[in-house]
Design a protein. Structure first.
Length: 392
C-alpha cells in the first residue's frame, strides 16, 4: 500500500500546463498564445530589456554580499515601487513588503485578511485562473459577477457589489483585465469606490500590467483615486510584465490604512506569514530594478522600451479585432478592440479550442484567452485562417 493512499491528481495548470503541451508539439507552424509574456516578431523567448540589463550590470558591479534581506525586503526597492504605483504615498500609512512576484503578494494579502475577519471575496467572472486557486486554498467564499456584460451594463456590477456582506474583499484589477482586456472607465471606478465605502467592502487591487494601456501614471489612476478617497486598501504589484523580468519574481504588497497606529502591527503580521512561506524575498531582480528606477536616464530608457512593447501589442490588437469581424461578428471583435494589455478573450467553445490545438497547433488557454504578442506577422494570418476553418 502506498504511504499516501488518498492522493488526488489536481491536473495541470490552466495556463502553464497548456504552454507545456505547446513545447512538446513538434510541428513547425505551431503558435503559442498561452502565457502572458512579451515576445517580439520572431517569437521565441521574451527578450531582456536593455535598460534592465544595464541596471543589472550596475548592481552586479556594486554587489558585495548575498546576505539575507529582511523579511519585508529592501526598503529602497519598496519606496521606488510605491512612487511608481501610488505617486505620493504616506509611508506611515502603509505596511509594505517585497514579494516573490505578484502571486505571493496576492497570497500573503489574502492570507492576512482571512486571518483577520474576512471570509468572502468578490471576483470578476472570468478572472485570472490563479486568483481563483489562491482564494480557494484559503477557504474564501467566492462571489462573482459577469465582467464583460457588467462593463457594458454597469448596473449589474453595482447591484452585485451592493448585495455583498459587509467586510467582503473586492479584488479589482487596476488595468488590462486578465483575461478579457476590458477595464472600468473612470466614472465606473468612482462608483465602485462609493459602493465600497457605503458597504464597507475591502478593495484589493491587483496591479500586474502598469504601463501597458496608456502611461504608467494613467494605468494606476484607479489606485491613486482610491488612495485620495481615503480607503483602507491593499495593492499587489508585479513587475513581471512591465520589466519583462518574469523569472526573477519581483513584486510587492502594500496595505494602506487610515489609522497609522495599526501599521506596525499589520507589517509584523505580514512578516509572520512570509517567514513561514518563503522566509524572505530574493534580491537580484529587485536590485536590478532599483538601479533602473533611481537613475533618470535608465528610467527613461526603460519607459521607452515599455512604450514600444505597449504600442506593438496595441497595433496587434487593432489588426486582430478587425480581422475577426467577418469570423466572429461585430460584438466579439469590438470586445477585442476595446481592450488593453496582453489579453483578449474570444467566444470559442471548448471543442473549438481543442480543434485549434489538435488540427492547427494554435495554443491558447481553455477560456479562449489569447496572449496578443504571440500574434506575429508570420503567425497572424495562419491563426486567422485556422479560426475561419473552425467557424466554417
Ligand atoms: C498569465 O496570466 O499568463 C501570466 O500572468 C502568467 C501566470 O502566472 O499565469
Amino acid at each position: 500500500m502506498a504511504i499516501i493512499d488518498h492522493i488526488q491528481d489536481p491536473g495541470s495548470d490552466a495556463i502553464f500546463g497548456i504552454q507545456t503541451e505547446y513545447r512538446k508539439d513538434v510541428r513547425k507552424e505551431k503558435v503559442n498564445l498561452t502565457v502572458g509574456v512579451y515576445v517580439d516578431e520572431d517569437g521565441g523567448s521574451p527578450p531582456i530589456m536593455a535598460a534592465l540589463k544595464m541596471g543589472e550590470q550596475k548592481h552586479l558591479a556594486m554587489e558585495t554580499t548575498k546576505n539575507y534581506l529582511s523579511i519585508a525586503g529592501d526598503s529602497e526597492y519598496l519606496a521606488l515601487t510605491a512612487k511608481l504605483v501610488f505617486g505620493d504615498l504616506d509611508f506611515q500609512r502603509a505596511a509594505m513588503i517585497q514579494t516573490v512576484g505578484g502571486t505571493s503578494a496576492l497570497r500573503t494579502g489574502f492570507e492576512f485578511l482571512r486571518k483577520n475577519g474576512y471570509s468572502g471575496v468578490s471576483l470578476s467572472n472570468p478572472t485570472w485562473a490563479n486568483h481563483k486557486q489562491i482564494v480557494a486554498n484559503l477557504d474564501y467564499k467566492v462571489y462573482s459577477y459577469p465582467h464583460i456584460q457588467g462593463i457594458k451594463d454597469f448596473a449589474i456590477i453595482c447591484d452585485h457589489l451592493r448585495s455583498l456582506d459587509d467586510k467582503t474583499v473586492v479584488l479589482l484589477q487596476a488595468k488590462c483585465h486578465n483575461p478579457t482586456g476590458l477595464d472600468f472607465t473612470k466614472e465606473q471606478w468612482v462608483e465602485i469606490s462609493q459602493i465600497c465605502k457605503e458597504k464597507n467592502l475591502f478593495p484589493f487591487f491587483d496591479s500586474a500590467y502598469q504601463g501597458f494601456a496608456t502611461t504608467l501614471k494613467e494605468d494606476s489612476w484607479a489606485i491613486r483615486y482610491f488612495l485620495e478617497e481615503g480607503h483602507d486598501m491593499m495593492v499587489a504589484h508585479s513587475f513581471s510584465k512591465s520589466f519583462a523580468i518574469y523569472n526573477e519574481r519581483v513584486g510587492a504588497l502594500f496595505v494602506v490604512m487610515q489609522d497609522k497606529a495599526i501599521i506596525p502591527v499589520i507589517k509584523r503580521n505580514l512578516m509572520k506569514i512570509v517567514r513561514v512561506n518563503y522566509s524572505n524575498p530574493p534580491f537580484h531582480g529587485a536590485a536590478s530594478i532599483v538601479q533602473v528606477l533611481k537613475d533618470e536616464k535608465l528610467k527613461k530608457r526603460w519607459q521607452a522600451e515599455l512604450s514600444g512593447h505597449r504600442d506593438r501589442i496595441n497595433s496587434i490588437r487593432k489588426r486582430f479585432g478587425e480581422a475577426l469581424i467577418p469570423i466572429l461578428g461585430d460584438k466579439a471583435s469590438a470586445n477585442v478592440m476595446d481592450g488593453h494589455g496582453f489579453f483578449c478573450q474570444i467566444p470559442l467553445t471548448s471543442e473549438e479550442i481543442v480543434r485549434l490545438k489538435v488540427e492547427f497547433g494554435v495554443y491558447m488557454t481553455g477560456s479562449g484567452r489569447i496572449s496578443l504578442p504571440g500574434l506575429s506577422k508570420k503567425s497572424f494570418s495562419y491563426v486567422i485562417e485556422a479560426l475561419k476553418k473552425i467557424k466554417e
